[in-house]
Every structure is written in structure tokens, then in C-alpha cells.
Design a protein around this ligand. Structure first.
Ligand code: SF4
Length: 352
């Protein structure tokens, strides 16, 4: 490929032949559905394409339009979202759907600035929706785009500082006629050829002009500052069963970690949600007050910390009254209730 090749046309030609087939992408002859683009972009925030695909398809079956999503019960949406993580996204998804259905007559705004004003939509998502759904001159930068541009221009400044340079390079490249395809083409290039490890430069449309390839730096870019180890927290789960075999669960407040989700009562790892159970049932040593320490130990990694949970179990004494915001639920119903992944791990560790 000659060194004068235009990176935009080379990439778009490659994309026309090699675009990934994804359930939220419209065929080229059909205008993208903004609801599909928005739903996929919210789900893809901090979640992989492989994980998102079945959730996206499930949501379209359950809630085929933004109006259907807006009219859904909160619990039904949280249950459909369970397992995708970052649950504030699901709550914002509902808020945004209701705003679109009730005050925008079911139509998403088509500019980056207006999209940015909607719940759950930050700068990247606003730019991605504006470009992909409405072909607006917007330049989203995700991890894939960051990597391919850092390599194309051999930007050696480490993350996060390099983001400013990447953003400027990206804005300078966005073509007027196909901004949505251009953004998706870079995402696809990063996902299929310009991968973090062992990029497949021989098949890349930029192989002749890529500065990192010429300098032999491809695999080392973008440079990263050394990772700090994640903090480690420990806590205790209180597995309380009643005579019907139901287990006590606490509905967390909407705001905060695992907000709005059903969790087993616990102590020690999230002070805002420490359980009153040890006080209600006596706070002496576990062996003296009816609690049994189980062998089960559960490890879960959140974005900002690692968590190790031990489990204490007992049956509820006669006359026990559940505290506010607690419910009894039989383990048979755990799968359909909106239990977050960490709590499903606890349930599995106790039950199996
Ligand atoms: Fe990435 Fe290699 Fe293509 Fe450069 S030539 S953009 S390093 S795949």
C-alpha cells in the first residue's frame, strides 16, 4: 500500500467487506433504529460484545420498543438485566426510556449535545449514538478506537494522558459522509485485527501507513501506567432461613453499590448496608447465638475492590419479624429474582 493512502477511505473500504455482524447493527440499506443503537451502547458500557449479545436479544423480545420499555415494571427490567452488572445502568435505562416516551414522543434526540442531557448517557455514548444512529459528525473514542489510533500515529504518551491526542486525531479524521460507519469501522478493526496482543497487521488496511508497525511498537501501544493492586475487603453474609425454607433478602437503597438489588443481609464490606441481624438475633460469638459458620467462602471482584465473603447460617427463631426492606424468598425463585452475580455466587456456595 503506498504511503499516501488515505486512512479513512482505506478503513471504510475494509469495513464494507469485513464489518462484524452484530444484532444491533442495521443492514446497510436500512436506517439504524435509534432504540437499538442506544440500548446496545448502554449495555456495552464496560461489558463485552459476547456478554451483551444475548441480553440485547432478550431485551428486544421483552421490550421491543422504547415505549414498551418505558411501560415495564422496574422489577421486570432489573430481573432482565441481572448478571450484566453495573446496575445503575439499568436504572438509568428505565429513567431515560420514560423520558423519551413521555416527553420526546418516543423519539431520541439526534444531536450529541441533547443526547448528553439524558440519564445514563455520557460523552462517549452521546457521540456514539449521534454518529451511528443519526450519522452526525461525532467522534466517539472507546478502548478499541483509542488503541488503533495510538498505533496508527505511534502515540507514545501513556494512558490516560494520551486520550487528549487520540481525541484530536479522531476528530480530524471523521469523514462528513459516513461518520457512523467510520466509528464502527475503527471499533471493528480494534476488535478483530488491531487486538491488544498480537495484532494481525498483515490483514490490516493500514499496514502500509501505520507508524507503530513501522517502528515495531504495535503491541506496546497504547502505553499504560503500572496497575495499582485492587484493595481487598472482607465481609459476612447472614443466611437466615424460615420454617418454609425461604431465605431472608435485603432490598438495597436505589443509590450506591448494587443499588436497588436484592442481596443477602451482610456486614463488614459496605458500611452503608450493614445488616441489623446480628443485633436483632444477639451479637455474641457465632457459635453461641445459633449462627453456624459455613465452609463456603465466596470471592468476587468488583471494579474497585476484591471481596471475600464468609457465610453464617441459622434458622429464624420463633416470633422473628423481618426488618423493613427485607423479604423472604425461596431459593427456587432466586433465578428469576434480580439477584446480582455476587449474591448468586453466595447462593450456589451455600446450596450446592
Ligand atoms: Fe494495528 Fe497493525 Fe493495523 Fe497498525 S498495522 S493499525 S498495529 S493492526
Amino acid at each position: 500500500m503506498p504511503a499516501t493512502v488515505d486512512p479513512v477511505s482505506a478503513l471504510l473500504d475494509w469495513y464494507d467487506e469485513n464489518a462484524r455482524s452484530l444484532p444491533w447493527r442495521a443492514p446497510r440499506t436500512i436506517a439504524p433504529d435509534p432504540y437499538h443503537v442506544w440500548l446496545s451502547e448502554i449495555m456495552l458500557q464496560q461489558t463485552t460484545v459476547t456478554t451483551v449479545k444475548p441480553y440485547f436479544e432478550k431485551f428486544l423480545t421483552l421490550f421491543p420498543t422504547v415505549e414498551a420499555l418505558a411501560a415495564a415494571q422496574d422489577d421486570a427490567v432489573m430481573a432482565a438485566w441481572a448478571g450484566l452488572g453495573y446496575y445503575s445502568r439499568a436504572r438509568n435505562l428505565l429513567k431515560c426510556a420514560r423520558l423519551i416516551a413521555n416527553t420526546h414522543a418516543g423519539r431520541f434526540p439526534d444531536t450529541e449535545a441533547e443526547l448528553l442531557g439524558l440519564p445514563g448517557i455520557g460523552p462517549y455514548t452521546a457521540a456514539a449514538i449521534a454518529a451511528i444512529a443519526f450519522n452526525r459528525q461525532a467522534a466517539p473514542v472507546d478502548g478499541n478506537i483509542e488503541r488503533v489510533l495510538a498505533r496508527l500515529y505511534a502515540l507514545e504518551t501513556p494512558l490516560p494522558e494520551v486520550k487528549v491526542q487520540v481525541k484530536a486525531k479522531n476528530e480530524a479524521l471523521v469523514p462528513q459522509d459516513r461518520p457512523g460507519d467510520f466509528a464502527q469501522a475503527m471499533m471493528d478493526l480494534g476488535a478483530t485485527l488491531c487486538t491488544p496482543k498480537r495484532p494481525n497487521c498483515l490483514l490490516c488496511p493500514w499496514q502500509g501507513i501505520c507508524a507503530a508497525r513501522k517502528k515495531g511498537l504495535a503491541e506496546t501501544l497504547p502505553k499504560r501506567a503500572p496497575k495499582k493492586p485492587k484493595p481487598h475487603r472482607t465481609g459476612t453474609i447472614y443466611w437466615l432461613e424460615n420454617a418454609k425454607g425461604e431465605v431472608l433478602l435485603h432490598r438495597r437503597p436505589d443509590k450506591g453499590l448494587l443499588g436497588g438489588m436484592l442481596c443477602f443481609p451482610s456486614n463488614g464490606w459496605d458500611a452503608a448496608n450493614d445488616s441489623p441481624l446480628p443485633t436483632l438475633l444477639g451479637n455474641r460469638q457465632a457459635s453461641q447465638n445459633g449462627w453456624t459458620q459455613l465452609e463456603a467462602e465466596v470471592v468476587h471482584v468488583f471494579t474497585h475492590f476484591r471481596l471475600t465473603l464468609n457465610v453464617q447460617a441459622r434458622t429464624a427463631p420463633k416470633g422473628f419479624r423481618k426488618p423493613a426492606d427485607h423479604i423472604w424468598l425461596h431459593p427456587r425463585a432466586f433465578d428469576t429474582a434480580a439477584l446480582p452475580s455476587v449474591m448468586m455466587k453466595v447462593a450456589k456456595a451455600v446450596l450446592f
